[in-house]
Design a protein around this ligand. Structure first.
Ligand code: NAP
Length: 246
């Protein structure tokens, strides 16, 4: 593989585990310096230390809190340099059927999944606009396209992220900032938890490619979107789901 992301500073929210860690690793493999952000600072630091190459850093920050974001982004800039690629990957789920969904379940999911992406994007774009160069990648979900029973809060946040992606893409294209979304299908991580054999089989039957996804399946697409091969792609949603949604 080439070092196509050399000279880039990639900030990955939720980069300490799961899909985000896979994305952080792929970006580091591409030659980038990577800032890993998570609420748990120690875990973010040890994830950054585990990445290939040098010049990475881990930072504790709750993306839902605008004040923490306002402190974290300059800290990343001081330690690693200006952010050239932002990956809004941090996300949570608080699943329940509509009638049992509490106010907190709704508000927390929106605050992290949707407002978190807004907080981070607003914080990094001024410098990107000055440089007239930048890439933003938002990690949505196939349920933002299809809906899912028991996930009305989560699906709404992920659908919102798609509207956000398209608007930011239109607004910042003239400054050479590209903004795209990835909509993963079912990926094996802490969020999805361990499935028993029966559940795995039932899921696999719904996936034309016949297997659950891995963080690496998403990471390769994020690396592609960050790099020069995607220089003419903006405002798009790439569904990466083994064919679940065709
Ligand atoms: P995960 O294993 O639960 O990891 C979530 C990551 O986000 C962790 O690094 C966590 O670190 C961080 N995080 C959570 N809340 C945060 C906050 N408020 N501020 C900063 N960091 C925060 O999740 P995952 O499965 O890898 O999912 C990653 C993204 O992909 C999410 O947006 C998710 O909605 C999306 N997605 C996942 C799937 C799937 O099947 N797994 C499918 C479609 C979309 P801390 O706990 O230290 O904060």
């Amino acid at each position: 593989m080439t070092n196509e992301l050399k000279d880039h500073v990639v900030l990955v929210t939720g980069g300490s585990r799961g899909i985000g860690l896979g994305i952080a690793r792929a970006m580091a493999d591409g030659g980038a310096r990577v800032a890993v952000i998570g609420r748990n600072e120690e875990r973010a630091r040890s994830a950054a230390d585990s990445l290939p190459g040098e010049g990475h850093g881990g930072f504790g920050c709750d993306v839902a809190d605008p004040d923490q974001v306002k402190e974290a982004v300059p800290a990343v800039q001081d330690e690693l340099g200006g952010v050239t690629v932002l990956v809004n990957n941090a996300g949570i789920a608080r699943d329940n059927i509509l009638l049992r969904l509490g106010d907190d379940d709704w508000d927390e999911v929106m605050a992290v999944n949707l407002k978190g992406a807004f907080n981070m994007t607003r914080a990094v774009t001024r410098a990107m606009m000055k440089r007239r160069d930048g890439v933003i990648i938002n990690v949505s979900s196939v349920v933002g396209l299809t809906g899912n029973p028991g996930q009305s809060n989560y699906a709404a946040s992920k659908a919102g992220l798609i509207g956000f992606t398209k608007s930011v893409a239109r607004e910042l294209a003239s400054r050479n900032i590209r903004c795209n979304a990835i909509a993963p299908g079912y990926i094996e991580t802490d969020m999805t938890g361990a499935l028993d054999e029966k559940q795995t089989e039932a899921l696999q039957e719904r996936i034309p490619l016949g297997r659950l996804g891995t963080p690496e399946d998403i990471a390769g697409v994020a690396r592609f979107l960050a790099g020069p091969a995607a220089r003419y792609i903006t405002g798009q949603v790439l569904t990466v789901d083994g064919g679940m949604v065709i």
